[in-house]
Design a binder for this molecule. Structure first.
Ligand SMILES: Cc1cc2nc3c(=O)[nH]c(=O)nc-3n(C[C@H](O)[C@H](O)[C@H](O)COP(=O)(O)OP(=O)(O)OC[C@H]3O[C@@H](n4cnc5c(N)ncnc54)[C@H](O)[C@@H]3O)c2cc1C
Length: 449
């Protein structure tokens, strides 16, 4: 007889009660037919109702936190496309932005994702798009929703650097027909592609998987850190934006009940990832969202600095775009034809050039962090490079991340001036021979302002 496996077994594989290998992707919640799981958005964890579990094992089988079969994922993509050792399989690479200046300015990078989502809805290519929306009871937290309204899509632009259980929408998809577009982080794409390969009917409704390139995510505590810094409580917050304070690239910003806006700068907030990085993100090897239809990220190329500027002289956002599938490429070409977006075809090397630090951190450093990790997911089909570049740097940075995640360090950093963490990280990078890119030029300019 087949042994039954339930969520309790999954908790053990996730590393015990604290579930360090869970990054709140939401897949288990989305799949549970017994409603034995629900999301605790504030804690960033699924909550288990033991009595309801029938040990069907679906949550266990599809949890990307404990296991990813890259061989199987690669088999779905390679062979049909060109392959770059960093980018993975791709059909075409572009730099680009929305042709609507407002959408571009309000976006995280070039507003490409928002523009394409609007295009999909307007052209009726989908019945709706799945994006994070503020939790009605606690507006500083996000939950996934199926959205058809263009204004709502516009309002949802910008990256949300916090854990959002987007894959829990699989529950919502059970109740609807049609085809949908979804925006996902690389880890969430892993589960969705596995489900699609297994013929899961709800996952197959996700015709357009738009992936966000992901260097790291942050625990919700990073947002609380920001609130404390600007002397506000959670209850006062009616909206939170992560790339809105000041001009592009924009920092963490809170809209309060009384209409007032408060926030902290991009360069102060950005480095909090060394302190509030979720454990599972530390040992994630997928930077470019290798299994999405299209992957989107910032573009930090020196040659783009000054090419399109706002009234303070700072460059407007550009996106790096990697089209990986026919579906993705067709969508981009269609939006281009309708003049909704601007695209410039580039060589993959120009995409990689934007991210020397992130490529090194995620694609080389991963092997160091994984080797020393206490709890490890099982990854099949990951090739360890013969030589890991900047070994010492990754080893020391891993220690920084371990130190950063301790309660003592978090209390310490909360008591220090905002500039202190920036000072620490900047000097650490300098000491370790980190080569600045266009992003550092912008950050430096902003700092002076
Ligand atoms: C946690 C995280 C880490 C990232 N790390 C990097 C990085 O290291 N390097 C890099 O180049 N780019 C990174 N990105 C991607 C980048 O910040 C932009 O999101 C991306 O370039 C798209 O910009 P855009 O202007 O085209 O999108 P926009 O027009 O701003 O639209 C973004 C869309 O994505 C949705 N969205 C935002 N956050 C999430 C989320 N967490 N889950 C699901 N949907 C979401 C929004 O609701 C919106 O619909 C990261 C994004 C996130 C969320």
């Amino acid at each position: 007889m087949k042994a039954k496996i339930g969520f309790l077994d999954l908790i053990k594989r996730l590393g015990g009660e604290k579930m360090p290998l869970c990054n709140f992707c939401g897949t288990c919640i989305g799949l549970c037919s017994q409603k034995a799981l629900y999301a605790d958005y504030e804690k960033g964890r699924p909550v288990f109702i033991k009595e309801r579990c029938n040990s069907c094992g679906v949550c266990y089988k599809n949890c990307q936190g404990i296991e990813v079969d890259f061989d199987a994922l690669n088999a779905m993509f390679t062979g049909k496309e060109t392959c770059d050792k960093f980018l993975g399989s791709y059909k075409e690479c572009y730099l680009g932005h929305s042709t609507d200046d407002m959408i571009r300015q309000k976006g995280s990078s070039g507003g490409l994702v928002t523009q394409l989502l609007i295009h999909l809805v307007e052209k009726k290519l989908v019945s709706g798009v799945i994006i994070p929306r503020p939790n009605p009871e606690k507006k500083w937290l996000f939950k996934p929703a199926i959205v058809q309204d263009i204004e709502e899509i516009k309002k949802s632009s910008q990256s949300k650097y916090c854990l959002i259980p987007t894959n829990e929408i699989l529950q919502g998809l059970k109740k609807v027909r049609g085809e949908y577009a979804i925006v996902l982080l690389p880890c969430q794409v892993h589960s969705i592609r596995k489900l699609q390969a297994d013929g899961n009917r709800d996952a197959l409704k996700l015709t357009y998987v738009l992936g966000l390139i992901c260097g790291h995510n942050m625990e919700y505590e990073a947002s609380v850190f920001g609130m404390k810094r600007v002397n506000i409580s959670k209850e006062q917050v009616v909206d939170i934006k992560f790339r809105d304070h000041g001009s592009w690239p924009g920092g963490l910003s809170f809209l309060l009940e009384n209409g007032e806006k408060r926030g902290i700068n991009f360069f102060h907030y950005h480095y909090l990832n060394a302190v509030y990085l979720p454990y599972r993100c530390r040992i994630c090897p997928d930077y470019y969202g290798n299994y999405a239809d299209i992957s989107f990220g910032d573009s930090w190329l020196m040659r783009l600095l000054g090419k399109g500027v706002d009234d303070t002289g700072i460059p407007l956002g550009w996106s790096s775009i990697i089209a990986r599938t026919d579906t993705g490429l067709k969508l981009l070409k269609d939006a281009l034809k309708k003049k909704k977006i601007f695209l410039e075809k580039v060589d993959p090397s120009e995409i990689n050039e934007s991210f020397p630090f992130n490529i090194s951190y995620k694609l080389s450093g991963f092997f160091i962090r994984h080797a020393y990790a206490l709890h490890k997911p099982e990854f099949r089909g990951l090739e360890r490079p013969e030589k890991i570049e900047r070994r010492l740097y990754h080893f020391v940075y891993n220690l920084v991340l371990i130190l950063g995640s301790t309660t003592a360090f978090r209390i310490f950093i909360n008591a220090m001036p905002l500039n202190f963490l920036l000072f620490l990280i900047k000097n650490f990078k300098r000491l370790m021979g980190y080569r600045p890119n266009a992003r550092d030029v912008v950050v430096k300019y902003r700092e002076k302002q």
